[in-house]
Ligand binder design. Structure first.
Ligand code: ZN
Length: 144
């Protein structure tokens, strides 16, 4: 039997402002599609990153959670916390800052920083925009 396969998750929170607005649409269409989210507003977001891999029998870990925390803060939280997602974040420039677009951009930012950890890989990013709404992204090829 092989080593146990385990998922570990680290959570972080950040606050940011945004408005949902597609510059290629008219003001009327933006209001119709996005409703009050077309107005400037803010959220207290939470992001949960799950890494999966084989359990190392010596360390008893899949990956050091401190390393995951450090990567998340450097790549995801520091660039967005207390910022305007629409104006201040280079990796979101030109995107409508829906939770879906933000979580996909987060994957693109974080995944390369985790490649050096050879026994595990990024499995899921969950982004809470509010207590009631969250989105999950399992990467460009979730079958592997
Ligand atoms: Zn919003």
């Amino acid at each position: 039997m092989g080593a146990p396969f385990v998922e570990i998750t680290h959570s972080e929170e950040f606050s940011a402002s945004h408005r949902l607005h597609n510059a290629r649409w008219t003001a009327a269409k933006n209001r119709r599609i996005y409703g009050i989210c077309n107005n400037l507003h803010g959220h207290n977001y939470a992001v949960q990153v799950t890494v999966r891999g084989t359990l190392d029998s010596s360390s008893g870990m899949v990956m050091n959670l401190t390393d995951l925390m450090t990567a998340m803060r450097a790549r995801l939280i520091d660039p967005v916390d207390h910022k305007s997602l629409d104006r201040d974040v280079p990796f979101l420039r030109g995107k409508v800052t829906t939770a879906e677009n933000v979580v996909v951009a987060f994957w693109t930012e974080l995944e390369p920083a985790l490649r050096k950890f050879k026994t595990c890989r990024l499995h899921r990013i969950r982004l809470y925009e509010s207590r009631n709404n969250f989105v999950d992204y399992l990467g460009p090829d979730p079958s592997i």
